[in-house]
Design a protein around this ligand. Structure first.
Ligand code: PXP
Length: 239
């Protein structure tokens, strides 16, 4: 197994800030600490309703992140314009339903290959790497390949919630194998934590995981530096 990058999602830091509509805690500060603790990238989701991360955060993160900035976003004209202006290192295209508590599943690329391909093309021509968040479903992975995206992020939330983890894990592995055969890079994320991540790290060709909730939740008790370091140590031991 090769080195697996840890992308730390700092959205929840902004969620706490917005609970008081104030200026602390600052996700930009969190990103700085996470990088010092060994994060290989910082991930943020700029939502259409701006309920946590704001454009101000995104712009400052682009200036200050020294690793890789991964912007999760819906494939809308508004978000595309922001991404093309800010130019994060990577965009991960996700579906977004107004009012959802968190991203509820992978993007339905198979039903929208042409529209998604247009967005992918514009991002790639601006030098932005493109990943697409998909369910561990081989038809969605193939469709993601047809859009010209360079990577997929396999949705691990179904696995995390499943009673029968073996079956869900096998779906993740199969999705990864199909992606690798198509020349796509393989990322994984959603609902990963300090326990359920171990089997996921055996995913063929896995290069990156994006984790938010578990790390920020743990940070409340042990501090962000230690919470990130402990996750990085798990990845080091398993890769
Ligand atoms: N990957 C994607 C595409 C997501 O939408 C999210 C949540 O914003 C994550 C990873 C991180 O998920 P979690 O907060 O459950 O670790």
């Amino acid at each position: 197994m090769g080195y697996i990058r840890l992308g730390v999602n700092v959205d929840h830091v902004a969620t706490l800030r917005e609970a008081r509509k104030t200026v602390v805690p600052d996700p930009v500060h969190a990103a700085f600490v996470a990088e010092l603790a060994g994060a290989d990238g910082i991930t943020v989701h700029l939502r259409m309703d701006r309920r946590h991360i704001k454009e101000r955060d995104l712009r400052l993160l682009k200036e200050t992140v020294k690793t890789r900035l991964n912007l999760e976003m819906a494939a809308t004209d508004e978000m595309l314009a922001i991404a093309l202006e800010v130019k994060p290192h990577q965009v991960t295209l996700v579906p977004e339903r107004p009012g959802e508590v968190t991203t509820e599943g992978g993007l339905d690329v198979a039903s929208n290959v042409d529209e998604v391909a247009k967005v992918v093309e514009k991002l790639k021509s601006a030098g932005i790497e493109v990943s697409i968040f998909v369910d561990p479903d081989t038809s969605q992975v193939r469709a993601a390949g047809e859009t010209g995206a360079e990577a997929i992020e396999i949705h691990t939330g179904i696995y995390a919630a499943a009673e029968d983890k073996e079956t869900e894990l096998e779906r993740i592995f199969e999705a990864a194998r199909v992606a690798k055969n198509l020349g796509l890079r393989v990322h994984a994320g959603h609902d990963l934590n300090y326990k359920n991540i171990y089997p996921v790290l055996k995913t063929p060709g896995l290069e990156e995981v994006n984790i938010g909730h578990a790390i920020i939740a743990r940070a409340i008790f042990v501090g962000l530096e230690r919470a990130v370091r402990e996750m990085r140590e798990i990845l080091n031991a398993c890769s």
